[in-house]
Design a protein around this ligand. Structure first.
Ligand code: ADP
Ligand code: MG
Length: 483
């Protein structure tokens, strides 16, 4: 079939569930951490046994406010929890405590950039809810097993407006969300472990049409790139259905990562009436102005604020600024380095280059990097003062700095006899000696083989035992050779 895909456009809205990094669950003091033995983090309250009473975890509200403030959402002052009733084997209480009518945040936005184009992604709402347990289908050939550890773990759900018009925008948005929640330290953002999950609502319509098309909802994607692939597959599938004269049915679909397709899980028409009503066992919540101000005062720098500062105030390239801000720990380290130096570009180069390679080689996360940030600025300073060359600093001083943590770069340079000689008279002697050694090459240089400068530089460095200031040596060499 000859399908004109370009006739259509995609409309997508995302629902992102993020699991809070709280020590205990949303309404009970059971602890939760990923990877614990099944059903070891479960109390009668988690199971909702008769006579038990839940109690809401204050941290969850604080985290919700933190996220809402970062997204410029309106924080709800008076709210209550609702019960969403449905039956599922891994839902021990037969209902999920959530927020229906009074989400903790309304509105707000997250800005993204896709292929150089800025776009503001509007959020509909952010609400608090609890997770269900987990059904395990692949460990017993005949039965589905249930692990209730995750039941009652607090989630925030971010719901966007139907504003994505490409799978790349969705990809960028999820990358920004993941970075943000890691900066805010409210969720670890690990999609592979299920602590960040995304449902993609996908519809298509003829370009120029106002009304939205019928949507399907795709679940079960465990990476950001799989969300992108699922949206792409689903867009194509829907266009082909419409072109065949079929209509799209409202349904929940699952992503098959192996075949990179989606398949129908259940029709939405089979969806339950959730019979929401206010949760009678939990008190309504009042958020005060003071609470909001307290959370605001404790907000860390946000990734886009740092990005903009590095590009606009520090003059870094977008590429460098993105690498520095990708990981909060690296950005905070950089912040400390530049508190001691205004060589912003050199500081960025050191972190993106030597420091990151050291971390990779030693499989150490940035937060465990042993060197104090000031040492990096000290190293930049002695290069700047002409005491050591950049290459000596990188090859001979930095590797010692990370081992001998109490020594300054200058002490190390002196100890290893690496302080370079910037005395032009001394360098002139080495240059003359180097030139005298290769009269033939001097001729060739003069005849246009400028690449030979490397040979002479090598000789000067050898004669000076690598201590001649390369910048000065290069300058003097050129002067003499071009005479
Ligand atoms: P539900 O809870 O049944 O999924 P919601 O009203 O909460 O319904 O919508 C969920 C998501 O679906 C939102 O992100 C919204 O932007 C998106 N959405 C709604 N209608 C469409 C549509 N026609 N096409 C694409 N996305 C849509
Ligand atoms: Mg939905």
């Amino acid at each position: 079939m000859n399908v004109d895909y370009d006739k259509y456009e995609l409309v997508c809205g995302l629902e992102v569930h993020i699991q809070m990094l709280t020590k205990t669950k949303a309404y009970v003091s059971d602890s939760y951490f990923y990877g614990a033995l099944p059903n070891t983090q479960v109390s009668p309250i988690t199971l909702g046994h008769p006579g038990t009473l839940p109690k809401s975890n204050k941290k969850v509200i604080e985290y919700g406010i933190r996220l809402g403030l970062a997204c410029n959402s309106e924080i709800t002052r008076e709210m209550y929890y609702d019960r969403k009733n449905y039956f599922y084997a891994d839902l021990p209480k037969g209902y999920q405590v959530t927020q229906d009518a009074t989400p903790i945040c309304w509105g707000g936005y997250i800005d993204i950039q896709t292929d150089g184009v800025d776009k503001r992604i509007e959020l509909t709402r952010i609400h608090m809810e609890e997770d269900s347990g987990k059904s395990i289908h692949d460990q017993d050939p005949f039965n589905t097993l249930v692990d209730f550890n995750r039941a009652g773990v607090p989630l925030l759900e971010i719901v966007t407006e139907p504003v994505f018009s490409s799978s790349s925008e969705a990809y960028q948005f999820l990358s920004e969300v993941r970075k943000l929640i890691r900066y805010l330290e409210i969720c670890d953002g690990n999609m592979e472990e299920g602590s960040m999950r995304c449902d993609a609502n996908v519809s298509v319509r003829i370009k120029g049409q106002k009304e939205l098309g019928q949507r399907t909802e795709v679940k079960n994607m465990n990476s950001i790139s799989n969300v992108k692939k699922a949206i792409e597959f689903e867009t194509k599938r829907q266009i082909e259905e419409l072109e065949k004269g079929n209509s799209i049915v409202m349904e929940t679909r699952s992503f098959d990562a192996v075949n990179q397709t989606t398949f129908s899980l259940r029709a939405k028409s089979e969806a339950h009436d959730y019979r929401y009503f206010p949760e009678p066992d939990l008190l309504p919540l009042l958020v005060t102005e003071k609470q909001i101000q307290d959370v605001k005062a404790e907000l860390p720098p946000l990734p886009w604020e740092l990005l903009s500062k590095y590009i606009n105030d520090f003059g870094l390239s977008k590429y460098d600024a993105e690498i520095l801000t990708e990981d909060k720990a690296l950005a905070l380290y950089y912040e400390e380095v530049v508190a001691h130096t205004n060589k912003y570009k050199s500081a960025a180069n050191w972190l993106i280059g030597d420091v990151k390679s050291w971390l990779n080689q030693n499989a150490v996360p940035v937060k465990d990097f042993p060197l104090e940030p000031k040492k990096i600025s000290d190293l930049i300073a002695i290069i700047d003062e002409g005491k050591v060359s950049h290459s000596v600093a990188s090859q001979s001083i930095f590797p010692v700095m990370v081992k001998e943590l109490d020594k300054s770069p200058l002490e190390i340079a002196e100890g290893l006899n690496l302080i370079q000689d910037s005395d032009e008279d001394n360098i002139l002697e080495f240059v003359k000696e180097a030139i005298a050694k290769y009269p033939q090459k001097v001729e060739e240089y003069k005849n246009g083989n400028k690449g030979l400068i490397g040979l002479f530089m090598g000789e000067v460095m050898k004669l000076s035992q690598r201590k001649a200031d390369p910048k000065a040596a290069n300058k003097i060499l050129r002067e003499l050779l071009e005479k």
